[in-house]
Design a binder for this molecule. Sequence first.
Ligand code: KQY
Length: 354
Amino acid sequence: MPGEFEPHAGCWMLWPERGDNWRLGAKPAQQCFVAIATAIARFEPVTMGVSRAHFEDARHQLPAAIRVVEMAHDDAWMRDVGPTFVVHDQRGLVAGVDWGFNAWGGLDGGLYFPWHDDDLVAGKVLEIAGADRYRAPLVLEGGSIHVDGEGTLLTTEECLLNPNRNPSLSRAEIEAYLRGYLDVERIVWLPRGVYLDETDGHVDNLCCFARPGVVLLSWTDDPDDPVYAICREARAILEKERDARGRVFEVHPVQQPGPLCQTAEESAGLAYSHSAKPRRPGDRLAGSYINFYIANGGVVMPLLDDARDAAAVAAVQACFPDREVVGVPAREVLLGGGNIHCITQQQPIGSQST
Ligand code: KQY
């Protein structure tokens, strides 16, 4: 699996539609997804999967340069339901791993039911991409792993070892699948993700690679914030560990936004459904600037807090001197439970198709 910072053929996304997760019939979220897709399309081709019912409207809202394809889905988290693309070392062939998906925990703390259409998305993307598909016997979301493309994988125990994903598998068995499907050698386990992250602590909201050996980490200096201990324990592990090539990690803290909370008006805009996660006024949101997408020559990152956005953009830009960092207001994505990294999936360029 190449690092996200390696060259892409394009980016895949899904259109937000469900009114029990996206307020006001998903209209504000759709406008936000349009802005994000448009920003990414400055750097690489973008394909948007849209249900039959929303196809005409999405086509109308999105710029012509963005390819729109009909694709049934349960929600809009392409990082988690899309394929994890891999490239053959010698031959350059691009293929995709199609992990099992159970809506972040199935009937044991999952976020909605059913999730069958989501579970079919990876296979559909691979059909359109013309890439081979490896269906893996492991429940895993793409946001729960980051790799450096040189044999190192970052993940969290809170998510990958959660009994609501693969209750019959041990840590060693999960590691064996990661090694086999992604060709990684060194797996770095961080204990927890961001406080109250509803994915059970996906690593992509906490930290990521800028390049091999260089990690950005969401951070706070407020000792009263539960993230204070989480980011310090992560940094301590990263500073003690080595990557697959024996390098010490260079860790760059990025001050988190907020703390940010759901407003009463935002909660009131949601449609009720018994299977969707309740979103109440005052609920803490798992905001993080790390949840960005690395595109060809660019980084598209969420803007979440007027008081902290400029410093966060500068901190990310310092780690990506050769890319243009573009900020997009993304509170509407955060209200749905994730951010820009969670709604995107890169397809690496490889050197041949199948
Ligand atoms: O963090 C992610 N990769 C996805 C967030 C999904 C939230 C579902 N409501």
